[in-house]
Design a binder for this molecule. Structure first.
Ligand SMILES: [Zn+2]
Length: 461
């Protein structure tokens, strides 16, 4: 090789190196620019393109992880985007694995959030959050993650695992005086646990304990804390559900309304937004539960108004379990005077069965066991009402083989669980008898009109 070609080759290598260095700087700059953007400004499609261009380069893995973590909440707002996001996280986690490096715990947590948004029950989600817990060294953050895991177990009806993790969390929180907020959350979730086990007195005790502690924390804090407000709202909402299960409809409705008012407090003075704005599914559940109380008090028109509001909100944010529940509940109203789409008994039954079966399928598809059992119980009462013996036998078989059914078979809770199931899930004759009894002896527990402040609902009175 003569000197000239040798020099040319060195120059070429040098310029290639410079170009790569420049590229590195540009990429670095580009990823950092994206990272500086706010949730409102960012275009997630641009982030995904940037991730695809850079994820193979080990030096960009931390920046890619930060981008994925920072904008997860925005990716959860649209279902297709959530799927894409989860896929990108998986790719980055794989890159960490190939390079024998530990990813940040927050990336596993982001993956958990995406997966649980897509499905109520997913072993991969459980694995992700357990990895996040193992990687996190700060005790307070570790408890936060454990409480997220407890919520996952609650939603996927894995009550024993839920209780175990909450007991662990209660011990850790009591040992550390700085973890009052986590302790209040632990008690609140223990309240949820006893609610789903139909042990209403224990549920009420734990939720009241949580409420008292939250009140103390609120007094200590100088400014409004969004998280505490949200927890407070959740506490009142679940207390409402306990009162509903005990047939005190007036108190239940008051608690739901109070809980929603918490979510509607303007807690960000700069842009006047509220917790209800950032979490439309929570407002959806408010309308759904209030609708149930109204339906239970035979205020069908107001109930249907609130069901429609909840359906609208669930559709907007793609809350799968909410949508399934509202469609299931509205099957009850088919053929009533708020629905004039069907004209004879046969078509009413067919339409109701179809809607409930679709809801059951949806519940199974997302691993929502409680919803699935509720759908089966509603079918059972429908077949009983119309004397469809063959269908009745089939649905009985499906009920006894449903996993959630075994949660009800517990000597301590069987009777209250059974009563709740036939009373509320089925809206059956047992419930009607109970309502008459209440109307006679405790008329103050029954609603005469919807107590909400919504002007559109007030027009229906
Ligand atoms: Zn109303």
């Amino acid at each position: 090789m003569n000197i000239k070609t040798k020099n040319q080759s060195i120059n070429r290598r040098e310029s290639l190196r410079n170009r790569l260095r420049r590229n590195d700087l540009e990429n670095d700059h580009h990823l950092n620019l994206l990272l500086e953007k706010s949730e409102d400004e960012i275009d997630l499609a641009n982030v995904i393109t940037a991730l695809k261009d850079n994820s193979k380069n080990i030096q960009y893995l931390p920046l890619c992880s930060q981008l994925l973590t920072k904008f997860t909440n925005k990716a959860l707002q649209i279902l297709e985007r959530t799927q894409e996001w989860s896929y990108e996280i998986k790719l980055i986690l794989k890159e960490y694995e190939i390079n024998y490096k530990n990813p940040p715990y927050s990336l596993y947590f982001a993956q958990f959030k995406c997966l649980t948004h897509l499905s109520v029950s997913d072993p991969e989600a459980e694995l992700s959050i357990n990895k996040a817990i193992a990687l996190e060294t700060d005790e307070s953050k570790q408890i936060d993650l454990k409480l997220e895991l407890a919520t996952y177990y609650e939603n996927s009806s894995q009550y024993q695992k839920m209780k175990k993790i909450l007991d662990q969390s209660e011990i850790l929180c009591k040992r550390n005086p700085n973890l009052d907020q986590q302790l209040a959350m632990t008690w609140l979730f223990l309240g949820h646990y006893y609610f789903y086990r139909f042990q209403f007195q224990e549920a009420r005790d734990y939720m009241n304990q949580a409420k008292n502690l939250l009140e103390i924390i609120c007094k200590q804090e100088k400014k409004e804390n969004i998280k505490i407000l949200g927890l407070f709202g959740n506490c009142l909402h679940y207390l409402g559900r306990v009162y509903f299960a005990q047939y005190d409809f007036v108190t239940a409705a008051q608690l739901y309304i109070k809980s929603q008012q918490m979510l509607e407090i303007e807690n960000f003075p700069t842009n006047k937004s509220t917790l209800a704005d950032s979490n439309p599914a929570a407002t959806g559940f408010y309308h759904l539960r209030l609708g149930q109380v109204l339906e239970a008090c035979q205020l069908i028109e107001s109930a249907d108004y609130h069901y429609q509001q909840s359906q609208k909100l669930f559709l907007e944010c793609g809350a799968a379990s909410g949508l399934m529940q509202v469609s299931l509940i509205r099957a009850n109203l088919i053929g009533s005077y708020v629905d004039n789409s069907t004209f004879n008994k046969k078509s009413i039954l067919e339409k109701q069965v179809e809607q409930i079966k679709n809801a059951a399928k949806d519940a199974q598809a997302i691993g929502y066991n409680r919803g699935y059992l509720e759908a089966l119980l509603r079918l059972l009462f429908l077949y009983l009402k119309y004397g469809k013996i063959l269908d009745l036998i089939k649905v009985c078989f499906a009920i006894v083989t449903a996993s959630e059914f075994y949660q009800l078979i517990n000597p301590n809770t069987f009777m209250s669980g059974f009563q709740l199931a036939i009373g509320l899930y089925g809206m059956g004759p047992y419930y009607i008898a109970k309502l008459y009894q209440k109307q006679k002896h405790k008329p103050r527990t029954i609603l005469k009109v919807c107590p909400c402040h919504d002007p559109e609902c007030r027009k229906l009175r």
